[in-house]
Design a protein around this ligand. Structure first.
Ligand code: IPM
Ligand code: MN
Length: 354
């Protein structure tokens, strides 16, 4: 009997459905070639569903997707809805309720031509950001007092539990070991200004003692941004807080060509996990068939890898690389001149030739 995986799909808003369609176009071929099946169940949740029905993200959906093998998400966000409302409900909802404490964001440049940095090549940009994904300012502890008055006070707590910090740091050390490249792990924080970050400093030192083969490094987030642009080759594996991880991975994504290629996995090792491109819903491009879906296709690759379909995943990666290296591909954004559906066709074509 062939292997079969149950996938919950939230195609979402804006360009979400288009890039999701291309990701499954590629994954379905990978499945066919690899002798397994993806049993897809689509969920409508997102901003349009909210506008039409008033429903955000019911608990029952969380319980349903908990029983799937994996979750794929396209993009969430619509300017017609209050800022952050649906993102918090669906994206953060999945991250919190399923305790997806790792946000894994690989940064790899596939071809020199996509790098905005002078004199940097594919040899220089290949690192992984391990972003904590369930705490920090995202925990939702905060609010506004006396809103709209002269005495208004707004606050949002950055919270870090010992358990939360320790498990992400341990995951990152293990990852650096398994990755087996430079065997370095860099902690990025802002302990010189944010006193609470001392918990990261101490935990990193303590857990690091269990990994004598991994060289620990440290950078404050401001300096890390500077180094990432100046010397990206110095990075191997990075571990950081939820908020800093969010910010530095947009910067890092640009080094690999842009949001059109950057993918991520929201993981709880051993449990149902969620995969998504790191870009947003880009409403202005919705339905225009112009955006580059490689990020979503790469998220699909990460999903298959997580499901244990390692050779199918590596075939997708190879096919992405070949597609991007083709001479007539000069950009991986909405101005590439390559329609969204043609990107998927090209990757499929490369995969069939492997
Ligand atoms: C991301 C996004 C989300 C985040 C938003 C949409 C809440 O920017 O996945 O990087 O900040 O985590
Ligand atoms: Mn982000």
């Amino acid at each position: 009997m062939s292997r079969s995986y149950k996938i919950a799909v939230f195609a979402g808003d804006g360009i979400g459905p288009e890039v999701t369609r291309e990701a499954f176009k590629v994954m379905d071929v990978a499945a066919q070639l690899g002798g397994f099946e993806l049993e897809r169940e689509d969920y409508p949740h997102g901003s349009v569903h909210y506008l039409e029905t008033g429903e955000l993200f019911p608990q029952q959906v969380i319980e349903e997707v908990r029983r799937k093998d994996a979750i794929f998400l396209g993009a969430i966000g619509d300017p017609r809805v209050e800022v952050g409302l649906v993102e918090r409900a669906v994206i953060s909802g999945l991250r919190f309720h399923l305790d997806l404490f790792v946000n894994l964001r690989p940064i790899r440049l596939f071809a020199d031509k996509f790098c905005p940095l002078k004199d940097k090549s594919i040899m220089d940009i290949d690192f992984v950001v391990v972003r904590e994904n369930t705490e920090d300012a995202y925990a939702g502890i905060g609010g506004i007092f006396k809103k709209g008055t002269a005495d208004e006070i707004a606050m949002q707590q950055m919270i870090y539990s010992r358990k939360g910090v320790e498990r992400i740091i341990r995951y990152a050390f293990e990852f650096a070991r398994k990755r087996d490249r430079k065997k370095k792990l860099m902690l990025i924080d802002k302990a010189n200004a944010i006193q609470a970050h001392d918990i990261w400093t101490r935990t990193f030192a303590e857990v690091g003692e269990e990994y004598p083969d991994i060289e620990p490094e440290h950078a404050y987030v401001d300096a890390a941004c500077m180094w990432m642009v100046k010397n990206p080759e110095a990075f191997d594996t990075v571990v950081t807080t939820n908020l800093f991880g969010d910010i530095i991975t947009d910067l890092a994504a640009v080094l690999q060509g842009g949001m059109g290629v950057a993918a991520s996995g929201n993981l709880h090792p051993g449990q149902v996990s969620m995969f998504e491109p790191i870009h947003g819903s880009a409403p202005k491009y919705k339905g225009k068939n112009v955006v580059c879906p490689i990020a979503a296709i790469a998220a699909g690759q990460m999903m298959l890898d997580y499901l244990g379909e390692v050779s199918a995943a590596s075939n997708i990666e190879c096919a992405i690389e070949k597609t991007l290296c083709s001479e007539d591909v000069t950009a991986v954004n909405a101005s590439s001149g390559i329609p969204t559906d043609e990107w998927g066709d090209r990757v499929v074509e490369q995969m069939r030739q492997l």
